[in-house]
Design a protein around this ligand. Structure first.
Ligand code: 5GP
Ligand code: ZN
Length: 113
């Protein structure tokens, strides 16, 4: 049994506001947005975190970034955006399915907290 929240979102068992989808990737609006545009971009395949990326599954990270570029065009993010991956406890990861935050439409501070 797979109890993963984001796997359930991919399967449509939990509703989400879809931003983009293709064979490998699903993207949806974050429920608690940290910027005027805040999407979560994930591979459909369950991978726990960035620490689990290897030679077999790394193409899915490339697919995520291809999707990010498509979403940026679709959503007119020509002023720029930020992609964030939180990994593990110290990285602030709260959902155990690798995901990339796509934040835009405000000036994002650097360095992050
Ligand atoms: P993390 O903190 O693991 O990097 O990011 C998890 C993100 O998932 C958070 O920004 C949180 O707001 C978002 N999130 C958690 N549960 C849900 C949900 O049920 N639906 C949506 N759309 N986003 C969620
Ligand atoms: Zn999952």
């Amino acid at each position: 049994m797979n109890d993963c929240l984001f796997c359930k979102i991919v399967k449509g068992e939990i509703p989400s506001t879809k931003v983009y989808e293709n064979e490998w990737v699903y993207a949806f609006l974050d429920i608690d947005p940290q910027a005027p545009f805040h999407a979560i971009v994930i591979p459909k395949e369950h991978i726990k975190s960035a620490a689990e990326i290897n030679g077999e599954n790394s193409f899915l990270v490339a697919k995520v970034f291809e999707a990010v570029a498509e979403i940026a065009k679709q959503e007119n993010l020509q002023k720029g955006f930020r992609v964030v991956n939180n990994c593990g406890e110290d990285g602030g990861q709260t959902v155990g399915h690798i995901h990339f935050h796509l934040l835009a439409r405000r000036n994002l501070s650097w360095p992050p907290g």
